[in-house]
Unconditional design. Structure first.
Length: 95
């Protein structure tokens, strides 16, 4: 979910069990999206950030990630979190 410069998400595993949640501010610069964790299930992720490439195709917002990710202390966790590992598609709800 996105609203007024903030994001929030909740993740579940394939069996439908809660896996992770995070929220905080985001910013967009060209086709790059950056989110910073103000809140996270794993408190070691608070103040961590990541960048993802994005595009819109029709009614679909697509994220490609991660381009870069780092913990609050600057430790690079891009490979650990999954560099270029995922494609997320979010389709606009039609009424």
């Amino acid at each position: 979910m996105f609203h007024d410069g903030y994001y929030a998400f909740v993740m579940y595993d394939a069996a439908g069990n809660f896996y992770y949640a995070g929220a905080g501010p985001y910013e967009v610069n060209g086709n790059m999206y950056k989110e910073t964790f103000a809140y996270a299930t794993d408190t070691t992720d608070v103040d961590a950030w990541d960048t993802q490439r994005w595009e819109i195709k029709g009614d679909t917002l697509i994220f490609y990630g991660f381009e870069k990710a780092a913990l609050a202390d600057g430790t690079d966790v891009t490979e650990k979190w999954g560099k270029h590992k995922f494609v997320e598609k979010r389709v606009r709800l039609k009424r």
